[in-house]
Ligand binder design. Sequence first.
Ligand SMILES: C[S@@+](CC[C@H](N)C(=O)[O-])C[C@H]1O[C@@H](n2cnc3c(N)ncnc32)[C@H](O)[C@@H]1O
Length: 235
Amino acid sequence: MISDQRGARVQGMFDRIARHYRLMNTLMTAGQDRRWRRHLVDRAALPRNGRLLDLATGTGDIAREALRARPDLRVTGADFSTGMMQAGRRMSDAASMHWVSADAMHLPFADNCFDAVASGYLVRNVIDIPQTLYEQMRVLRPGGRLVILESSPPPPSLLRPFIELHLRLVIPLMGRVIAGPAGASAYRYLPRTTQAFHTPQELTGLMQAAGLLEVSWRRFMFGTMAVHEGVKPSP
Ligand SMILES: C[S@@+](CC[C@H](N)C(=O)[O-])C[C@H]1O[C@@H](n2cnc3c(N)ncnc32)[C@H](O)[C@@H]1O
């Protein structure tokens, strides 16, 4: 099912840290991660009874925020880590969404079948961003919105040395303490890939190249998180 070696490594890593994933998010972001997910859902601007795809749903946290804010929505969460989805499915509200095992590079959905596609912390993990954007565009209906929450390399500022210290030392240490050796390696991977990832301007360029219109973005947490949005053109 997984088309590349990096995908297989990423899948194994998330399977191993699934049990501790939500606690680590809360600790690393001082509880701010929920706010960004809520903003993401808001920017998806879904119609009444709209269909949302939460791609790379993991433990289902974006889907969960969407359904809290908008119980009318029909929400599908898709991910290739069954460990992450199993952890999410143990939660009491899991039955209100539809869970699908899928690789973001080859989605098992028909063309134009969602009103919005959201992803949180997916694009930094894939080997081919244009391919996953292509797939997201394919399943999104014309006029629908594609929204992305992703970490960003810290921008130049007086705070940057402290942010880098947090990324390089504090987060891996937290990972080791909370999730053991698997956590130490996963939470070294997170800062490494964040620092090497595209700037928000570069990700904007990739989204425009995929055909999205009205692409814009907003930064959070001293510039280390960004929410991007764009619209699929109508024919
Ligand atoms: C950091 S977690 C994010 C989970 C959730 N979106 C959130 O906001 O907390 C990243 C998720 O992306 C998934 N993922 C990474 N690459 C993927 C791919 N190619 N196809 C499907 N899921 C993928 C991982 O399995 C993992 O569950």
